[in-house]
Design a protein around this ligand. Structure first.
Ligand SMILES: [Zn+2]
Length: 185
């Protein structure tokens, strides 16, 4: 049977693109972070555009987050969050409970460009593409090390295109649809 095109309804035009959808999931995941200064989310996606895992920056399992040094500065490094916190990308990789080979050739969406420690974990897990939003540490030694690692190991990275950098209004109220703010805020 052939469908008569004249009787078909029109599909929505303003549905989310894959990039918008997956970055949206990464940003939503960041909302789970307890870090008072930096909230980062990550979403790992298969070659078939299926979500494999998500992660956000947080404490290691069983480390009570009420009893965690969330500060960025202290008398010693061990009085700050840095030696203890697990980054979003590492958590997303380690949270995946399926077969590790599923990660080979996958993409990771993350709202902040990965640090060099996460870059190594991304490479070793088999992820082949990084999509990010902010590269606010550009020019730092750590950031350059991340890029050198990715370049040497054949991992591609790209910033979410500006046309996709929309503001989404996600309502958790019944009967309210997702909407976009037209103007940048
Ligand atoms: Zn990291």
């Amino acid at each position: 049977m052939k469908l008569n095109k004249d009787i078909l309804g029109k599909k929505r035009k303003d549905y989310l693109s894959w990039d918008e959808f997956f970055m949206g999931i990464a940003k939503l995941s960041a909302g789970r972070s307890k870090d008072p200064n930096t909230q980062v989310g990550a979403c790992i996606v298969s070659k078939e555009n299926r979500i494999l895992s998500i992660g956000y920056n947080g404490t290691p399992n069983h480390f009570n987050d009420d009893n965690f040094p969330w500060n960025r500065e202290g008398k010693t490094k061990n009085e700050t969050k840095y030696p203890y916190v697990c980054h979003a990308e590492l958590n997303a990789i380690l949270n995946y409970s399926g077969s590790r080979k599923d990660l080979v050739g996958s993409k990771i969406y993350v709202d902040l460009f990965p640090c060099n420690e996460c870059a190594k974990a991304i490479i070793q897990s088999g992820i082949s593409e990084v999509v990010y939003l902010s590269d606010k540490y550009i020019g730092t030694e750590e950031n350059e090390a991340s890029k050198l690692l990715f370049d040497q190991c054949g991992i591609t990275y790209r910033k979410l295109e500006e046309k996709h950098q929309k503001t989404l209004c996600l309502s958790l109220k019944p009967d309210e649809k997702i909407s976009y703010l037209k103007e940048k805020i």
